[in-house]
Design a protein around this ligand. Sequence first.
Ligand code: ZN
Length: 399
Amino acid sequence: MIQKKRLVSGLAVAAIFLGSFTASAQDYRELHEQAIVVDTHNDVLISVLEGLRLEDDLRGKTHSDLARFKEGGVDVQIFSVWSDETYGKGKGFKYANRQIDSLYSIVERNPDKMMIARTPEDIRQAVEQNKLATMIGVEGGHMMESNLKYLEELHKRGTIYMTLTWNNSTPWATSAMDETSGKLPKNRKLGLTRFGKQVVRKMNELGMLVDLSHVGERTFWDAMATTTKPVLISHSCVHQFNPHFRNLKDDQIQAIAKNGGVIHLNFFSGFLDPDYDKRMNAFRTKHQTEVDSLRKEGKNSIQIYDWAMEHYPEEASQLRPPLSLLLDHLDHIVKLVGVDYVGLGSDFDGISSTPQQLDSVADMPVITRELLARGYSEEDIKKILGENFLRVLRANVGG
Ligand SMILES: [Zn+2]
C-alpha cells in the first residue's frame, strides 16, 4: 500500500456523510494532491519524435508537458509507444526502440522531475521524491514483429504493458476495428492464434500487463481464457453509452472484474458521446474551406479547435460533450461491478477532442472534484485515481 501525505480534512468527510456536501476548491485539490494519480495512456511521445521538448511550455500545441503533469497532480504516467500498421516486419521493433530512447533521454535531462518506474516500489520512491513515475506501454502487438525475443527485449527496456493489437490486427490477434469492419479475409480466424496465446502466456511470465484496449471481442475472450493474471484496459470506454467498436460491453466489464483487472477510461469525445461525430461532421461541412486550409498549413486538431473557439466560440463550445458524461461512464462500471475496477487512461495527445473542462493533463483535478460531488468517498476516489492500477500492477510484477 502506498500512502501519500496526510488525510483530507475531517470536515470534508463529515460533510459527505451529511449528504449536503459541495466540494470546496481546497478540499478536492487537497484530496487530489494526496492520492496517487495514475494515467495509463498518453501519446505525447509522437510529438517528441517530431521535435517538441516536454520540458518546454507546450500549451496550445499539445495536451501535455512536464509543468502541466505537475499542475494536474499526475504521479504516474504511462507513455504510449505507438506506431501505425505501416511499421510491420523489420520496422516496428526498431521504431518502438527509438521512442523508448526518446523517453529515456527526456528522463535523463530531467532527473529532478522524472524517474523510470516498473514496479510499485519504484512508484513509491518516485512519489516520495516528488518525481513523475514514468512508465512505458507499447501500443500495438505489431511492434514485437511476431518474435518472442523482441517481446523480451521490450520488457527488458521497461515496457510495462502491451496492447495485443492497435486498430490493425497482428498475424496472431484480430483487432476491434477489423473484427467489426467485415474487411478481414474470409479464411482469417478471429481471436488469438496458438502463437497469440503463447504471447499472452509469455507476458504473464515476464510480468508485463496484458492490455486489451483495441482488441476485438473474439481476441478479448480468448485472452481472458488464457491469461493467469489480472488484465489492463488502458484506454477504452463503455459500450452501453456509445456502441463504438472500441468500447466495452457489459459482459466484458463483468469478466474483467472477475479476473481482478481494471478498466481505465479514455477521455476521447468520440468514444464517450455517440453524437460527437455528427456534430463534428456538421461543423466541418459548414466551415470546410477554412478547416482545409488550416490543415494545409499543418495545424493539428488542438490548434484547429483553438481557431474555432476564437472565430466561432458558440458553435465550438457545443462540439465537446460535458465532463459529466465521462463520470457517467465511470458510474456505470461502478454500479455494474464495483469501485475496484475503474481508473483513468486519458489518451491525451492521441485524441482530437476531450470533454469540456478537461483541456489538458493540468485539468485532472476536476475529475476528483466531480467524484466528490457525486458522493464518492475519499477511499473510493483514491482507488479510482490510482490504487486500482497499483493492485493490478502488483499482481503482475510482484512487490
Ligand atoms: Zn489507442
